[in-house]
Design a protein around this ligand. Structure first.
Ligand code: SAM
Length: 301
């Protein structure tokens, strides 16, 4: 008899994954933690019944939330990861030799423990890397108190429920800005616009109060169902305005060939927004530069 894991994150809709084997089932102080062997996506981590990552498609999300901002910035040495208990973001960040130190603040030690034990294909040896500074604690408290400063802050948060709710607040973002070096970048997972549009609008509204530039870019993560996954960014620099030759050069220098999703073409393409997503971004940041300067194009004809 086939058993199924049903995710009912959105009312009136669910996704189901065949469970080949339950590898872990437990309840931490914060959430229900489960790891399954699934029929199509390999091992899957679910927290409170919501898909967090799978071996089959984690590379999309983890590559896009790390390599894009790191190459856009160009000189990232110190990184803060808030959340990210499965270790996928940490593993990608550590691929950059320019990165000297990564502090990762994950509230639930159980997630880290099961990632090490059941999800080595996602976290690899990242937790044991000498550059990793692993903190089990609340990311919101960390950014309010730490004396550390970062070139990149990656908020690898779940949906705004339970202990993660605070990671969507203005206080949290203000404190993120407090710990960011000049020119630093913040990126955050911001849900699936088709189903969670208001979360994207709300985040950009808050970013616009704190940073000079902000926006979103998109990627398609099959198990984050219902279309594009939005990744929001904020910085005092406009990260969409980097000379493409720079991105290609940094990509080559970083030795990133062999990734499975991110590449320089995807880097630029990810910022192209369908109108229904662009309309979720509050003006004036939503104003898009015309893709091709109309006058120049007319002259060529
Ligand atoms: N990639 C996933 C997604 O897009 O939904 C999220 C990955 S990761 C599993 C999310 C992590 O954030 C979880 O391990 C959770 O325990 C952690 N988390 C939730 N609230 C937190 C907080 N306030 N501080 C630090 N970590 C938190």
């Amino acid at each position: 008899m086939t058993t199924w894991f049903n995710e009912t994150l959105y009312s009136g809709f669910r996704q189901s994954h065949e469970i080949k084997k339950v590898l872990f089932e437990g309840k931490s102080k914060y959430q229900k933690v489960r790891v399954f062997e699934t029929g199509r996506f390999g091992r899957m981590l679910a927290l409170d019944g919501v898909v967090q990552c799978t071996e089959g498609d984690e590379f999309v999300y983890h590559e896009m939330l790390t390599h894009l901002p790191i190459l856009a910035h160009g000189k990232v040495q110190s990184v803060l990861i808030v959340g990210g208990g499965d270790g996928g973001i940490l593993e990608e960040v550590l691929k950059h030799k320019s990165v000297k130190r990564v502090t990762m603040v994950e509230i639930d030690g159980m997630v880290i423990d099961i990632a090490k034990k059941y999800l080595p294909k996602i976290c690899g040896k990242a937790f044991a890397d000498r550059r990793t500074n692993l903190i089990v604690g609340d990311g919101a408290a960390w950014v309010a108190e730490t004396e550390e400063r970062y070139d990149l802050v990656i908020v690898d948060r779940p949906d705004p429920v339970g202990p993660a709710t605070v990671l969507f607040s203005k206080t949290f973002y203000d404190n993120c800005r407090r710990v960011m070096q000049p020119g630093a970048i913040l990126v955050a997972q911001n849900g699936v616009p088709h189903m969670q549009g208001p979360e994207l609008t709300d985040a950009i509204k808050l970013f616009q109060k704190i940073w000079a530039h902000s926006g979103t870019y998109l990627a398609v993560v099959p198990t984050y169902v219902c279309g594009f996954m939005s990744m929001t960014w904020a910085s005092d620099a406009d990260i969409t305005d980097v000379d493409p030759r720079q991105i290609f050069a940094r990509y080559d220098r970083a030795g990133l060939k062999g990734l499975r999703y991110y590449n320089p073409e995807i880097h630029f393409g990810a910022f192209a927004l369908p109108d229904f997503v662009a309309r979720l971004l509050p003006a004036p940041k939503a104003a898009r530069k015309p893709a091709v300067k109309k006058k120049a194009a007319a002259k060529k004809r």
